[in-house]
Design a protein around this ligand. Structure first.
Ligand code: SAH
Length: 217
């Protein structure tokens, strides 16, 4: 049996103090949040703050989301293990890593090369081999691999990108922040046949989604 590190203790505390009291109750989501070593997704100097109740800078002007937001977005997908999930905005790779513990395969797209290169190193180190990633404008989705059972967008634009709606499977769920640059509604989109339902599950503040179907800059 190996001894618990301070990181392990802080990760457990994160679950007990930040996630459960705010209504994260899906056992699989909680298990993934207890498992994935969040501190490996931030710079060494930032590791002591990795389990705090806030986002953190990851370079290139971008951030790793607050743990609660990662858990909320993950839980909203209702994953059972067999799904193929698309993520837009790999960033540090942490959200993709959490999703990868709960579904069959994660497809993640990032527009900044330096971030994706770093995230891939962490995926390899952790042997999270069911994550595939590419550099592109994620607002056009990943048409070759569509449809997706779940889509998670971790940057915010003025509207839901049309290609992502098209690439959502029948019965699929998408979580996406939508709104202005100072704050957004985190929307849960469900597709059933030709019908789309959209409801707001939280008020959030994400970095900009930059692309053809997002902000221009
Ligand atoms: N999921 C990330 C959050 C990173 S912040 C994590 O767990 O750390 C959002 C990321 O979205 C940034 O890295 C930003 O570069 C990226 N992004 C913004 N617009 C994008 C686009 N059109 N396509 C792909 N990535 C985009």
């Amino acid at each position: 049996m190996s001894a618990l590190s301070a990181f392990d203790i802080n990760r457990e505390r994160m679950v007990e103090e930040q996630l459960i009291p705010r209504g994260i109750s899906d056992p699989a989501t909680l298990a993934a949040m207890r498992t994935v070593p969040r501190h490996l997704f931030v710079e060494d100097a930032m590791q002591v703050r990795a389990y705090g109740d806030h986002p953190l800078p990851i370079g290139s002007g971008q951030t790793i989301s607050q743990p609660y937001i990662v858990a909320l977005m993950t839980q909203a997908l209702h994953l059972e293990g067999h799904e193929r999930v698309l993520e837009i905005g790999t960033g540090s790779g942490y959200q993709a890593a959490v999703l990868s513990r709960l579904c069959e395969r994660v497809y993640t797209i990032e527009r900044i090369d330096a971030l994706l290169r770093q995230a891939r190193k962490v995926f390899d180190r952790l042997r999270y081999y069911n994550i595939v990633s590419r550099i592109d404008d994620g607002t056009i989705g990943w048409p070759d691999q569509a449809p997706f059972d779940g889509i998670v967008v971790t940057a915010a634009g003025p509207k839901i990108p049309e290609p992502l709606l098209d690439q959502l499977a029948d019965g699929g769920r998408m979580v996406i922040p939508v709104g202005g640059q100072d704050g957004q509604n985190l929307q849960l989109v469900e597709k059933q046949g030709d019908g789309i339902t959209v409801r707001t599950i939280e008020l959030v503040r994400f970095v900009n989604l930059i692309g053809i179907h997002g902000w221009q800059r």
